[in-house]
Design a binder for this molecule. Sequence first.
Ligand code: GA4
Length: 325
Amino acid sequence: VLSQTVNILDNFNHIKTCKPSSRIFTAIPVVDFSDPDAKTKIVEACKEFGFFKVINHRVPIELVAKLESEAVKFFNLSQSDKENFGPPNPCGYGNRKIGPNGDVGWVEYLLFGSMNAQLILPGISENLWSLVNDYVSAVRNMVCEVLEMITEELKIGPKDVLSRLIKDEKSDSCFRLNHYPPCPEIQPVNGRTLIGFGEHTDPQILSVLRSNNTSGLQICLQDGTWVSVPPDHSSFFFNVGDSLQVITNGRFRSVRHRVLTHSLKSRVSMVYFGGPPLSEKITALSSLMEDGEERLYEEFTWSEYKKSAYKTRLGENRLGLFEKS
Ligand code: GA4
């Protein structure tokens, strides 16, 4: 038993833990697509939290269920079969290692990259590939709708001024399937929870997360406290990314979030990251700037920001490097 415990702890080496926060995010903004006030609620939520949940979204629930079950099938393959799809740079299967700079988490995943408006992962089964692409087109349409509601509410010009960025066939979006295995062993050791995916902000414009009914997702509020987001497998959770924070000149906040492991249940999540074309210049929209308002960030292209992001550690304040002095 002792040597088993040592092995288990060895396994967890380098993976960070944290005190399990007991605060549940009860004030989570819920946006109902059939509510005529949806656009006002979205903008308020993006300013206050950089985070909201969407219900009555019209993405077919059977499609979501099919993709989840196909993902579970993949993660149930033997470790060596899964490793055939790795390493995940820029796309592929990854296990515990996150990004190129030494970050680790209690998670395995598949990362899909984009090419000609499609999401790709060399060698993946036709079945999984086509489900991912059907899912992503439905989610992308929903994201475009949200971006158009934001444009209308902020009154910042042509309807597609934001949505065109991810509708573009050169849009550099990506997609990940995550599996967080249950992790019962560590808790009795020191009363802490193992981190599945460390805290970070998403570099893109908007991300959309859907998970099975296992808790784990937490977001960081403006005052720095971490709160747990109750799981809801039939809804979508939206995160504002760094690029949208820049485009709105800091009005919207890119939200810090992380995932903690569950002691008994597996967590499976699917996340779409809506990014602009590589050559797109990211800067505060002039139509939104007030008289005398200054831009908070140096202008960059998405390609420059992405390159810079891949040189950082997961939890770093990546936008800090572009703040105007
Ligand atoms: C965070 C958002 C997306 O999951 C991701 C991540 C990427 C990766 O897992 O390879 C990064 C991370 C994410 C931000 C900084 C860099 C890149 C790991 C990392 C340390 C796919 C993305 O686009 O940026």
